[in-house]
Design a protein around this ligand. Structure first.
Ligand code: 1HN
Length: 364
């Protein structure tokens, strides 16, 4: 047997490292990857998916790929090239274009990840959420909160397109994913005699806040499941008339608590005035933008992204983001802000000067 007293320091160190590895222990001082970065270093990169590219592909999928049990949904996920093949838009958020063909039904299921739907195009479709059939029209926001049964039903001959946002990557990181198929009978929940029950229950109730939620935290989701574009637009018009800022910001809130719509997800609309440019802002946490109306461009960390209706783009945590509109633009904005707020780590920084543009994003 070797006498450790006889070994020089280097030899003893070598054997320490060998034994640590054999014991599945890793000394912090040998970890070269920087764990504590001065600011967030997301793997996701700023990126844009254009409607011009997505829509024809979605139409081909409608032709070729039926929606039924097994596949469950016809969804084209935004797969950020920085995320090594994971099907996520940014580290914490799922974003996708979902489409439904004529008279199709996407079967009912439920899961722990929560979702929001922002309607882009089409009509005659409803999402049934725990028995409440929520009609979907362009610009509407429909919530399918955690563990609520949900299916999508088309009652018309046209096609339907909407944006799906989910907290799936966060729930996966927490090892909290559960999923169940609806036990039936039938693939979808029974259609109720009357649609839009939660909406009628909350008629006239306040459902927006100017800017964004700052201090209301709720582990519960909003009991209002459907937010109408007509109401959203009215609120944007009202706020717009009160100021001359380049950007008017409205967050959808729960009429019950004034909190963000889901415990994990915040939804907002940013209206950028024609010919104006917003100040660059950095935010801790990730953001997905969906262009509803208008055209313009955003500069994200010095790279310019030109956009128009139906385009989707992402700003990873702590990137500097500013928007400029050619014609007045309404951007639907999905973020993980409620989670950072709940953890006490939310922060934003407004930069004074516009960013120099060093690159222009080349859309695929
Ligand atoms: C889901 O349930 C839907 O219900 C859409 O429409 C996209 C992505 C991942 C996991 C579940 C839907 C989804 C999803």
């Amino acid at each position: 047997m070797m006498n450790t007293d006889d070994l020089d320091t280097e030899h003893r160190l070598d054997s320490l490292y060998k034994d640590l590895a054999a014991a599945d222990l890793r000394p912090l001082w040998t970890i070269t990857e920087q764990l504590l970065t001065p600011t967030p270093k997301p793997k996701a990169v700023p990126w844009l998916w254009s409607a011009r590219t997505m829509k024809p592909l979605a139409r081909r999928a409608i032709d070729l790929v039926p929606v039924e049990r097994g596949g469950e949904r016809r969804v084209l996920s935004l797969q950020n090239p920085g995320l090594g093949g994971r099907p996520y838009a940014v580290g914490t958020l799922w974003g996708a274009l979902q489409c439904l063909g004529p008279r199709e039904v996407a079967p009912a299921h439920r899961h722990t990840p929560g979702a929001v739907r922002f309607v882009l195009e089409g009509e005659g479709v409803w999402t049934t959420v725990n028995g409440d059939a929520c009609d979907m029209r362009p610009g509407d926001l429909v919530l399918t909160p955690s563990m609520n049964w949900h299916d999508h039903t088309s009652s018309v001959d046209g096609e339907m397109f909407w944006f799906d946002g989910l907290d799936l990557p966060m729930i996966e990181a927490l090892d909290g994913v559960f999923f169940e198929e609806y036990p039936g009978p039938g693939q979808a929940q029974p259609e109720p005699a009357e649609h839009n029950t939660s909406e009628r229950a909350h008629a006239g109730a306040s459902r927006y806040t100017p800017g964004s939620v700052r201090d209301h935290l709720s582990p519960r989701h909003s009991s209002l499941l459907n937010y109408r574009w007509a109401d959203t637009e009215k609120e944007l018009d009202r706020l717009g008339a009160q100021s001359d800022e380049p950007l008017v910001e409205v967050e959808y809130v729960s009429p019950d608590t004034g909190a963000s719509v889901l415990p994990t997800l915040a939804c907002a609309v940013h209206r950028v005035r024609a010919g104006r440019r917003s100040k660059p802002v950095r935010r801790a946490g990730n953001t997905v933008y969906v262009v509803f109306r208008g055209s313009g461009s955003s500069v994200i960390d010095g790279q310019r992204f030109d956009w128009g209706p139906g385009d989707m783009f992402v700003a990873p945590s702590w990137s500097a983001v500013e928007h400029a509109a050619q014609e007045r633009a309404d951007l639907f904005v999905l973020s993980d802000e409620p989670v950072l707020r709940a953890l006490g780590i939310a922060r934003t920084e407004v930069l004074d000067a516009p960013q120099p543009v060093t690159r222009v994003f080349d859309p695929r």
